[in-house]
Design a protein around this ligand. Structure first.
Ligand code: PEP
Ligand code: CO
Length: 462
């Protein structure tokens, strides 16, 4: 049986929103103007927050339910949002794909779905190298629009603190529109015109989806006919926001004391996560995240061992608070079988309850042709299906999925119902960082999740 070793760490210090500054922070830009950085953080600190503690607490309660199998978490959106893509069509299309996927999941899994967007703040990116070389010139790597600009040039790539203010503004504008769409009936199931499949050209997918929409509308009509109460939760859907809590001065500026409980919340997003490259137990990101009330995601993949994971959970969730931690696994289709099982067993033995979710994107990135990053639909699906099987086999629950997707008709991932090929990639490749599923591929994956779950239930019942 796995026995966690005591971590060789200093005694845990008192947490404050800036105690992370005493630790080593990976993946931070080299800002040359420290005075300007401090001024920007101070200015952001005086700005209204984007979300509220009540919303965050509600999400944490829902994640606690997902961790015991009573809900399913759908988290998806861009790898990196761009300031230039803060546009109504792009925001609405992405929302639409997430809504449609969630409709398929609610119906197929017969459980409520928690919808979390990688949006309204997903502007900071970790990079494998601090610099990029091109034609003999070397400039800092692009670290997301909150830090610098993607164009290759001295000025564009200079880490500019004032971009944090822009990131806050674009996040607020995006979130305002998302909330307005939600409130204004965009997501109302009684308006089937909003559920149409403009982007799906594959007939079978379209038929299968239309069947689901029709059955749900029938059920709604029936419920409205037999009940005088408004259906509430069923005809109004809510979205939560998430982003990688990478750029710590920004996260610090939005970490505020709640008036009702005097506890600290990160009010720039509902659900911050820590990436695979910044999850070190003795690093600044883990120090920061351990003190906030938000539910948090921690990405883990190959290289993570039980000996590291359990002390990490002990540190971040010493009180074993329900709904606090989601472990987002991203091994890749080839490595999940070996990597995931020991971690699940260790968590079970440790007494921690976490929400396990699968990110089948980041372990399956490959480079083809002329340096083009892509992912194969079949590998994405394979990792996801293996994750379901491994959890079931261990008596554990896979309670969610974490995807990079867009509502635009891009050609960034290979495969799917329409069989996109390597040669198609150049047709509509738009991502600045990682390749995303397009709307059709994303919806197809939602159906595949439902099929997999149903097959597993059938197997269990014979
Ligand atoms: C991401 O989610 O875009 C990302 C960089 O993931 P990871 O930390 O798993 O590499
Ligand atoms: Co990514």
């Amino acid at each position: 049986m796995f026995q966690p070793k005591m971590p060789s760490l200093e005694p845990v210090q008192t947490w404050t929103r800036d105690s992370w500054r005493q630790y080593e922070a990976e993946q931070q830009p080299a800002f040359d103007d420290k005075k300007q950085l401090a001024e920007v953080v101070e200015e952001l600190n005086s700005k209204p927050p984007l979300v509220t503690p009540w919303e965050i607490d509600r999400l944490k309660g829902q994640i606690a339910q997902a961790s015991i199998g009573n809900r399913f978490l759908l988290q998806g959106g861009d790898c990196a949002e761009l300031f230039s893509e803060c546009r109504p069509d792009i925001i609405a299309n992405r929302l639409k794909v997430l809504l449609q996927m969630s409709l398929v999941l609610v119906y197929g899994l017969r459980m409520p779905v928690i919808r979390v967007g990688r949006f309204a703040g997903q502007y900071a990116k970790p990079r494998s190298s601090d610099t990029e070389e091109n034609n003999g010139e070397i400039f800092p790597s692009y670290r997301g629009d909150i830090v610098n600009a993607p164009e290759f040039g001295r000025q564009a790539r200079r880490p500019a603190p004032e971009r944090m203010i822009k990131a806050y503004e674009y996040s607020a504008i995006s979130l305002n529109y998302i909330r307005a769409l939600g409130e204004g009936g965009f997501a109302d199931l009684n308006h089937p015109e909003n559920w149409d499949l403009g982007f799906v050209e594959h007939d079978e997918l379209r038929r299968e989806y239309q069947g689901i929409v029709d059955s749900i509308l029938e059920a709604l009509k029936f419920m409205q006919a037999v009940s005088s109460n408004p259906i509430g939760d069923i005809d109004r859907v809510s979205f939560y926001t998430s982003h990688e809590a990478l750029l710590l001065p920004y996260e610090e500026a939005f970490t505020r004391q709640s008036e009702h409980s005097s506890k600290a919340y990160n009010l720039s997003t509902h659900f911050p996560w820590i990436g695979k490259r910044t999850n070190q137990i003795d690093g600044a990101h883990i120090e920061y995240i351990r003190g906030i009330q938000n539910p948090i995601g921690i990405k883990i993949g190959s290289g993570m061992t039980p000996e590291t994971l359990i002390p990490l959970l002990d540190r971040v969730n010493a009180n074993h608070e329900a709904g606090k931690i989601s472990l987002i696994t991203r091994f890749g289709a080839k490595h999940i079988e070996k990597g995931l099982r020991p971690l699940i067993k260790a968590v079970q033995t440790s007494g921690h309850t976490v929400l396990w979710t699968c990110d089948p994107m980041h372990g399956n990135t490959e480079v083809v042709g002329n340096d083009v990053k892509t992912r194969r639909y079949e590998n994405i699906l394979s990792e996801l299906e293996q994750a379901f099987d491994i959890h079931a086999d261990c008596g554990s629950i896979l309670g969610g999925v974490h995807l990079e997707l867009t509502g635009e008709n891009v050609t960034e991932c290979i495969g799917g119902a329409r069989g996109l090929k390597e040669a198609d990639l150049s047709r509509a490749y738009q991502s600045e960082v990682d390749p995303r599923l397009n709307g059709e591929q994303a919806l197809e994956l939602a159906f595949a999740i439902v099929r997999k779950q149903r097959a597993m239930r059938q197997e269990a019942s014979v």
